[in-house]
Design a protein around this ligand. Structure first.
Ligand code: C2O
Ligand code: CU
Length: 472
């Protein structure tokens, strides 16, 4: 069946089977409809034939289907929960209507086992986004529940191939099964989170193989879907990527820096690369280790077929999305978030569920991190803002660990790092903060509702690093 026809007729359901999609594959539909079935499944994470890993998925594949939409399109997604526990779906980075944000107990009741939840929303921004559970997400995401959500620009960006890479980090035992004992280990929660021992790209073992043609211009969308691992990424020397977007939001194209490629959980980077190797050659996406590199993906040049369609054209600037034109910083609402706890963090006490607890008592409740002396979701929001108000949040990372701070429903700009103005106006939704660092971010509270602020290292979130704000 022709993809275009399939899309207009019914749904995006089989998207994963044929991705990466070519750019002309998205038909203009009024409201696309898709069902995501959350279920137990198995997949081939390992290279050995006949060895499967039990996972949880959205639908038949791990990762779940790539949902491909057009900017401004409306989509309806039914979550059908066939798991033995409740679930909900969060559309990471989509500036969504609050009731569709997928945060169990804040924006919706989770879908109980056997039940469904209907999501219905519009995607205002073109770019690279993704979806994952926001109910017991530490377990559900780690077991394989996630997928890419790609929103195409109104005016197509001219590339020969559009490639999505969801990069994950699994904790497997010797039989290749997810190690049960790796969930809820307080030692991990107090350190860098639950780090795995097995990497995958798009659910395949690494190095993931990607065919390219000499002379092609590719768009590479990197998405970190790991629970907690930060990926320091790099490329073999023949590849010179241009950064065109961060977290779904366009930047003025520039040569990608090492800092840009230090990919924290939740973050995305869109790169445009002219593939200039010879037919039959190869090039690599690498994980940079202390004194070596690990090949994550191998770009294998087709032995023949030289194409040269777009690589002479200037690297395109993506059209900006309809975010606030500017942030009025004359009288913003200011809040500080002191981030404390973890191993070697010296946390003595924090409030949890309204009561002051000692560290020992906190740990007994699975808590070890605190924002402003409060562990876990506070009853009261960190702040309430009227619609349209400028907000400046200062994150003060007073502990020994890096954190990936994520805001729901809004993108923000990093305006200061350790008191020094950054001068950048790039929008992001997740930012890495180094130990001891102070970071100020600014945004316009232009989306009404209740929104989370949390560390996207899922063990840190679960063990305390989460709060919220409201906009009305
Ligand atoms: Cu990827 Cu609370 O989000
Ligand atoms: Cu963290």
């Amino acid at each position: 069946m022709k993809r275009r026809k399939f899309l207009t007729d019914t749904a995006l359901v089989s998207a994963a089977l044929s991705w990466p999609w070519s750019l002309d594959s998205v038909a203009a539909t009024k409201a696309s409809y898709l069902e995501l079935v959350a279920k137990q499944s198995r997949t081939k994470l390992l290279a050995e034939p006949n060895r499967f890993t039990d996972v949880w998925t959205y639908g038949e594949t791990q990762p779940g289907p790539t949902i491909r939409l057009k900017q401004g399109e409306r989509v309806r997604v039914r979550l059908r929960n066939q798991l033995a526990e409740a679930s909900s779906v969060h559309w990471h980075g989509i500036r969504i209507e609050n009731s569709m944000d997928g945060v169990a107990d804040l924006t919706q009741d989770a879908a109980a086992p056997g039940k469904t939840f209907e999501y219905d929303f519009v995607v205002p921004d073109a770019g690279t986004f993704w979806y994952h559970p926001h109910t017991r997400s530490m377990q559900q995401q780690a077991r394989g529940m996630y997928g890419a959500l790609i929103v195409d620009e109104a005016k197509p960006v001219l590339v020969d191939q559009d490639i999505v890479m969801l990069i994950d980090d699994w904790m497997l035992d010797q039989r290749g099964q997810i190690l049960q004992a790796s969930f809820g280990a307080m030692h991990d929660h107090a350190h860098g989170g639950r780090l795995g021992n097995w990497l995958s790209i798009n659910g395949k073992p690494t190095p993931y193989s990607q065919t390219v043609v000499s002379g092609q211009r590719i768009r590479l969308r990197l998405i970190n879907v790991a629970n907690s691992r930060i990926f320091p990424l790099g490329f073999s020397s023949s590849i010179q990527p241009w950064l065109v977007a961060k977290d779904g939001q366009p930047v003025t194209p520039r040569k990608v820096s090492e800092q840009d490629l230090l990919l924290a959980p939740g973050q995305r980077r869109d790169l445009i690369i002219d593939m200039q190797g010879k037919p039959g050659a190869h090039a690599e996406l690498q994980l940079l280790l202390e004194d070596s590199q690990l090949d994550l993906a191998k770009f294998e040049y087709h032995p023949s077929n030289k194409t040269k369609q777009f690589s002479d054209i200037e690297i395109p600037s993506l059209a900006r999305n309809p975010l606030a034109k500017s942030i009025d910083l004359k009288k913003p609402l200011r809040r500080e978030i002191n981030m404390a706890g973890g191993a070697m963090g010296g946390l003595r006490t924090a409030y949890y569920e309204g009561k002051p607890l000692s560290v020992k008592e906190l740990v007994a409740k699975g808590q070890i991190w605190a924002f402003n002396g409060v562990a876990g979701m506070p009853e009261q929001p960190l702040f309430k803002a009227e619609l349209g108000r400028s907000i400046v949040l200062q994150f003060d990372n007073q502990n020994s660990w890096p954190h990936a701070m994520h805001l729901h429903g809004h993108h923000f700009q990093v305006i200061e790092r350790d008191g020094v103005a950054t001068g950048t106006q790039e929008w992001v939704d997740t930012e890495l903060i180094a130990p001891g660092e102070r970071l100020s971010i600014a945004f316009v509270a232009d989306n009404p509702g209740k929104w989370l602020i949390h560390c996207h290292m899922l063990e840190h979130m679960l063990s305390g690093m989460v709060t919220w704000f409201s906009v009305s």
